[in-house]
Ligand binder design. Structure first.
Ligand code: PLP
Length: 236
């Protein structure tokens, strides 16, 4: 098992390097977040031993239990899942990043609850690039106002944008959705926001995302294997 994770991590890192070079970018511009949701702390330890420092979690309860269990130095936790306002406190206290902010209420709570002795919480606004009503993420229309308001909150540092494209999209459509996110990041930068992060690309599509400028790819199953959801996790 440990060899599996180690080998899979290497393969993903090689994909990132190749994709970056193909896009005329430096491989070091792309940060790998290992998405460890549903996997045990022991798997995170193996990935850590293989050199991984940044981990992504989707469920508040898992973030809580894993941060209780693991205390290796220089671990960076990214919260990437849907966030309800009654669950923001654990995230504000334990994560260094939140990629899934899609409304002001959540951002305000995270700012209020961020411990003052910690660095500002790094924030990405999740944008609904596929424009489907059912998906989470703010709409493109809401994005500029939301970005400027989040940027003013005291204990947060707005870093950039995140998207989860339509999982059924074909390659051409996927690439278009990544390009939309990239376009809006540029637009916001022209409006004097100091942003540097495009969080996009998952196991199946990191190459396309990197070609469109991804700075953070969030990779789960290509590192840890297939996920087996339990009923209790789905509800959280
Ligand atoms: C689960 C998840 C990922 C990782 O997905 P894989 O396809 O397993 O790489 C990335 N981002 C978010 C927001 C996720 O929920």
């Amino acid at each position: 098992m440990s060899n599996d994770i180690c080998q899979a991590l290497k393969t993903v890192q090689e994909r990132i390097i190749k994709a970056a070079l193909n896009a005329g970018r430096l491989p070091a511009e792309v940060i790998l977040i290992a998405v460890s949701k549903t996997f045990p702390a022991s798997d995170i330890k193996m990935a850590y031993q293989a050199g991984c420092r940044q981990f992504g979690e989707n469920y508040v309860q898992e973030l809580e239990s894993k941060t209780n269990e693991l205390d290796m130095p220089n671990l960076i936790w990214h919260f990437i899942g849907p966030l309800q306002s009654n669950k923001t406190k654990v995230v504000a206290e334990r994560a260094q990043w939140v990629h899934s902010v899609d409304r002001l209420k959540i951002a305000k709570r995270l700012s209020d609850q961020r411990p003052v002795d910690k660095d500002p919480l790094n924030i990405c606004i999740q944008v609904n690039v596929s424009q489907e009503d059912s998906k989470s993420g703010c709409s493109i229309d809401e994005l500029p106002d939301l970005a400027h308001l989040v940027d003013k909150l005291p204990n947060l540092k707005l870093r950039g944008l995140m998207c989860i494209p339509d999982p059924h999209a074909e390659e051409k459509e996927l690439r278009k959705q990544f390009a939309i996110l990239s376009h809006y990041l540029k637009l916001l930068k022209q409006q004097d926001l100091d942003l540097d992060v495009l969080s996009m690309g998952m196991s199946a599509d990191i190459e396309l995302a990197i070609a469109e400028g991804a700075t953070h790819v969030r990779v789960g199953s290509a590192i840890f294997g297939a996920r087996h959801y339990t009923g209790s996790l789905i509800q959280k």
